[in-house]
Design a protein around this ligand. Structure first.
Ligand code: AP5
Ligand code: MG
Length: 221
């Protein structure tokens, strides 16, 4: 099964994708994470990427395609991919289909998390990521504590694009460029819309229910 997890910034794509990875033994492909890895290298490409991300705009398809090269050809990824934050525009939708087709695979479902701008802003302003273990927390909704986090709190960091002004730009980019692609998946009967404003565990229950309902072909598609 190959899954796309879809939604605006702060919708919980990464959080819910990680839950699915654990339970269903999937491999996550987050284009945002791949881009941030490139930024960390401090190369010319990394600096260019950072400038675009910090404006809340989309990085070019050329860069994204390069980052995704070879992903679907890997044996361990065969029918085990969960895409987080990809595709984000029609050209990427087409490219993803092409990439999967080449290896006799397809998208099994698109899980779209619906949340409004007010929720997005609050979640994003509260987000903290541990630079040591990579876990994501939230100051307001899911704070790091001794039970859920082993590293020192000094490692908790904010993303450079997590401020109110950039978030509004990111949300705007999402509404104009990304949201329209849902029609494509809806026409293919692959779309599952999920209310994303509840608690993390409640939303995951709904996601799990959908995945289980598709389970008959979980390992056969
Ligand atoms: P990306 O990293 O993908 O960012 P995004 O889409 O803006 O989404 P986020 O990662 O901010 O949010 P999320 O939905 O993963 O939420 P999370 O689970 O962390 O992309 C960054 C940038 O890279 C883009 O703006 C663009 O420039 C570029 N880019 C990436 N992909 C691209 C592509 N394909 N093409 C072109 N450019 C691309 O949750 C957020 C917070 O809320 C956390 O603190 C979490 O703990 C908390 N939380 C989660 N769920 C809940 C809940 N139900 N209740 C309360 N709190 C919750
Ligand atoms: Mg994310």
């Amino acid at each position: 099964m190959n899954i796309v997890i879809f939604g605006p910034p702060g919708a919980g794509k990464g959080t819910q994708a990680n839950n699915l990875v654990k339970e269903f033994n999937l491999n996550k492909v987050s284009t945002g994470d791949l881009l941030r890895k490139e930024i960390k290298k401090k190369t010319k490409l990394g600096i260019d990427i950072e400038n675009i991300i910090n404006k809340g705009k989309l990085v070019s398809d050329e860069i994204i395609n390069k980052l995704l090269e070879n992903i679907s050809s890997k044996k361990e990824n065969h029918n085990r991919l969960i895409f987080d934050g990809y595709p984000r525009k029609l050209s990427q939708v087409k490219n993803l289909d092409k990439m999967l087709n080449k290896h006799n695979q397809k998208i099994s479902c698109v899980l779209s998390l619906n949340v409004n701008l007010d929720i997005v802003i609050k979640r994003i302003l509260g987000r903290e990521i541990c630079s040591e273990c990579g876990l994501t927390f939230n100051k307001f909704f899911n704070p790091a504590n001794k039970e859920n986090h082993k590293c020192d709190s000094k490692f908790l960091q904010k993303r450079t694009d997590d401020n109110e002004e950039i978030v509004k730009n990111r949300y705007d980019t999402y509404s104009k460029e990304t949201l329209p692609i849902l029609k494509y998946y809806q026409n293919q009967n692959l779309l599952y819309e999920i209310e994303g404003k509840g608690e993390i565990a409640t939303i995951y229950e709904e996601i799990r229910r959908i995945i289980r309902s598709l389970e008959t072909w979980l390992y056969n598609v």
